[in-house]
Every structure is written in C-alpha cells, then in structure tokens.
Design a protein. Structure first.
Ligand code: ADP
Ligand code: MG
Length: 204
C-alpha cells in the first residue's frame, strides 16, 4: 500500500461522506444536533484542499495531514476524534505498508479514539463500528487473505457494528443527554465510520 493508495482511500471517504451528508445529518438530528454530515463534509473537503496545497509523499503524511486538518477544521466532537484516529494511525505506520502493518496501525487509531473519547464498544459511538472493523482486519491478517478481502470483511463488520448501535442507549456525547430516548436510532458517528471503512474496500 503506497501513498497513492492512502490518498485514494481518503478521497473516496470524502466522496462517500458527501453522498451521505444528508443521511448523516438526519441521523444526528434524531439524537444530536443535526450537524454530523455537514461537519464531516466540511472537514473532508478541507482535507482534499490540504492535499492539493501540499501533496503528501508518504502514507504516514497522508494520514497525519488528514488528521491535523480534521482536528483544526471540524467543529463538533467528531473532528478531534477522527483526527486522533488518523494521526495515531499515521504515527504507527511503517513504510512500506503491509496489511499486517495497516491492521496494527488501525488498531492503534481505535485505541487512541477510545482514550480520547473515554469510551468503549457498547457506548453507541463511532467505536462501535471501528472496533469490529479492527478486529476483522486482525483476523484477516491471521487468515492470510489479501488486502481486498480483508478490507471487505472490515467494511461488513463496520456496517454491522453501526447497525447494532440502533438498540443501544448512548453513554457518550450529545446523544447521551437523551438517555432512554437515544434507543432506536443509529449512531451518526458509527454510520460515518462505516463509510470510511467502506472506502478502504472500494479502493483496494
Ligand atoms: P457533536 O456531537 O459535537 O455535534 P458530531 O455530530 O460531528 O459532533 O459527531 C457526533 C458523533 O461523535 C457521535 O455520533 C459519536 O459517534 C461520536 N462521539 C461523540 N462523543 C464521543 C466519544 N466520547 N467517544 C467516541 N465518539 C464520540
Ligand atoms: Mg452533532
């Protein structure tokens, strides 16, 4: 996986976020403040602009640049949280990037967001999509499958993880203020995480 792969990943994530912007915002309207789609779309648009202004030339630089831009430009909880995933992944990547190296860096990114968000799977957050994706990547490495199949498995796990947030009661973020009333709605951050992992499968 080279620099071009990582740029393609982030650009495809930006494309999917743009396509699903209204849907993500509707999910956030139900249990938050109706800004998740616009927040992320603005953030990823800025990330693409940053790539154009200063083309990254290593995989790590792609993720460090994306992370820093999301932290700086996204108002709302999700900016610093996604920023920390990408920045920690960037710091953890070796060059050249193998599937095993990618999986380990992804896991480090998930640990970073769990720490920053003081959260764990089951709290009805983005971690409910990211953690199962990470687990599938690790399993795919152990199974010795290729990158495309590994990313497809991860994308399915993230999608299932996002859907599995519907019956959960939110314990973190704005949605937690709703208590019981957060039950019955998909978490917007889990839904956007599933898109970001789906983008990996799309470009592999
Ligand atoms: P805000 O809640 O500030 O309006 P967004 O709407 O952009 O920010 O993002 C909301 C998403 O952020 C939630 O759906 C959830 O997935 C994620 N989130 C919020 N708080 C946390 C946290 N403490 N840990 C992990 N993810 C969180
Ligand atoms: Mg919001």
């Amino acid at each position: 996986m080279d620099t071009r792969f990582f740029v393609a990943w982030i650009e495809d994530a930006a494309r999917l976020v743009r396509l699903q912007r209204e849907h993500l915002t509707e999910l956030d309207a139900a249990i938050g403040d109706a800004d998740h789609g616009t927040n992320l779309d603005r953030g990823f648009t800025e990330v693409r602009q940053a790539f154009a202004d200063q083309p990254p030339d290593t995989p790590a630089q792609v993720l460090l640049s994306a992370g820093a831009t999301l932290i700086r430009r996204v108002g709302g909880a999700s900016g610093p949280l996604y920023g920390s995933v990408f920045r920690q992944m960037g710091r953890s990547l070796d060059d050249p990037v193998t599937l095993a190296g990618f999986a380990a860096a992804f896991e480090a990114g998930v640990v970073a967001v769990e720490r920053l968000g003081k959260t764990a799977p089951g709290d009805k957050t983005m971690v409910d999509a990211l953690a199962p994706a990470s687990r599938e990547l690790a399993r795919a490495v152990r199974d010795g499958v290729g990158a495309r199949e590994a990313f497809e498995r991860a994308a399915r796990a993230a999608e299932e993880g996002a859907r599995a947030t519907i019956p959960l009661r939110a314990r973190k973020g704005r949605a937690s203020y709703l208590g019981e009333r957060s039950i019955g709605h998909e978490d917007p951050g889990a839904a956007s995480s599933a898109l970001i992992v789906a983008a990996l499968a799309a470009v592999a």
